[in-house]
Design a protein around this ligand. Structure first.
Ligand SMILES: C[S@@+](CC[C@H](N)C(=O)[O-])C[C@H]1O[C@@H](n2cnc3c(N)ncnc32)[C@H](O)[C@@H]1O
Length: 368
């Protein structure tokens, strides 16, 4: 069909546009999974610290096979992720490097621009595809543990820098009076529900050197990872982690801050978890929740974050949230209105959205 004919026919125009998008999406998926390889095999770290490198040098530094290293380097150069210094040279002697800027995205875990873990997170989200298909047919769920190490670690590594450098310094500091309390005596106690690998607890403990944090998570390997991370951070004396359901009526304690980061939408019983949070907060102490900054209402073609979050929802958050029944079946796209409904049902009288601009998260401050 000629270009003129395509533009005269809206269906042909849409067909061409969608075909192009799907082809680009396939290439995008391959970039993401090749980033996964580079991240997991230590290729980006090696290029960042020792580049430019030939395929043989990269293979030697990372304990991998030179033929694979060469194919990966060529693919990365074609995809525009790494630069080749001398493309006319024979394949064995071409040298590759990470250009300035790309190293922060791919090889700097402390950078807020670090995105290599996104590849690991997506790899985790598609790991139990067969189970996800079955869940769609049966109405059941897919247990969090079925998503395995990649989901757990990818999630932890994605949020790590934000939790270490923004959580205490910017997000919690936006809750009126909270920073003063966390800096004062007697030492404030913080509860972190759905704590994952512990980076939020570590971030708060580093930012506020007096506080003690108790982290709770349903997933045993996450709690083991949190304990290890706390030990390696030299904070095991101030941080404690336990395997517990956020809705456990036996969870006891009185805390100066109770928080839940990027996890309420994952919980089968978000109202039960929020009820626990309300009970654990001392009178007048804030409850702080960070969750996805999705649109206020269903917005087809919203693009951007909405697109990404629905992607996680159809593959991971909804199936994982439906693994325990009965389930609120929230999914990743938890609208502010939905959250307000959960908070009201849990007994909170006040739910405020904090005036903190963030590309991923909306921050709720609950009281009463
Ligand atoms: C998306 S991860 C977020 C982890 C961590 N807060 C972070 O931001 O990196 C969701 C976490 O919620 C935990 N979770 C889900 N349901 C839970 C429940 N009912 N009680 C406690 N933790 C739960 C999962 O095990 C998982 O670690």
């Amino acid at each position: 069909m000629s270009a003129a004919a395509i533009f005269a026919d809206p269906a042909a125009e849409r067909r061409a546009a969608l075909s192009e998008r799907l082809m680009n999406a396939a290439s995008g998926a391959f970039i993401l999974f090749s980033v996964y390889l580079g991240d997991q095999l230590g290729y980006y770290q090696a290029l960042s610290t020792g580049g430019p490198l030939t395929a043989k040098e990269l293979a030697r530094r990372t304990g991998t096979h030179p033929r694979y290293a060469r194919e990966w380097l060529e693919q990365q150069a074609v995809a525009g992720v790494v630069l080749v210094e001398d493309e006319q040279a024979p394949p064995e002697s071409r040298r590759f490097r990470l250009p300035p800027g790309h190293d922060e995205v791919l090889a700097r875990p402390d950078s807020l621009d670090y995105l290599a873990p996104m590849a690991q997170l997506v790899a985790g989200a598609v790991r139990p595809l067969e189970q996800v298909l079955n869940a769609y047919r049966s109405g059941g769920g897919v247990p969090y543990e079925s998503y395995g190490r990649d989901l757990r670690e990818g999630q932890a590594r994605m949020n790590r820098a934000m939790f270490l450098y923004q959580l205490g310094q910017e997000w919690l500091a936006a809750v009126p009076g909270l920073a003063a309390r966390l800096n004062s005596d007697p030492a404030a106690k913080v509860a972190d529900l759905g704590c994952g690998a512990g980076w939020s607890a570590i971030g708060v403990a580093r930012c506020y050197p007096r506080v003690q944090v108790d982290g709770f998570d349903l997933d045993e390997p996450s709690v083991a990872l949190a304990r290890k991370n706390a030990r390696e951070a030299g904070l095991e004396g101030r941080l404690r982690f336990d395997v517990r359901d956020a809705g456990d009526p036996d969870l006891a304690g009185q805390y100066d801050l109770v928080m839940a980061l990027e996890c309420v939408h994952d919980m089968a019983d978000p109202v039960g978890a929020l009820r626990t949070m309300r009970r654990l907060a001392k009178p007048g102490a804030p409850v702080f929740v960070a969750d996805e900054r999705v649109e206020e209402r269903f917005t087809p073609n919203a693009g951007g974050l909405e697109w990404l979050m629905y992607g996680f929802s159809v593959l991971h958050c909804l199936p994982a949230g439906m693994a325990a029944q009965p389930s609120a079946a929230t999914g990743t796209v938890m609208r502010a209105e939905t959250f307000r409904g959960y908070a009201g049902a849990a007994g909170f009288r006040r739910v405020e959205v904090l005036p903190v601009e963030h590309p991923l998260f909306r921050f709720y401050w609950l009281s009463g």
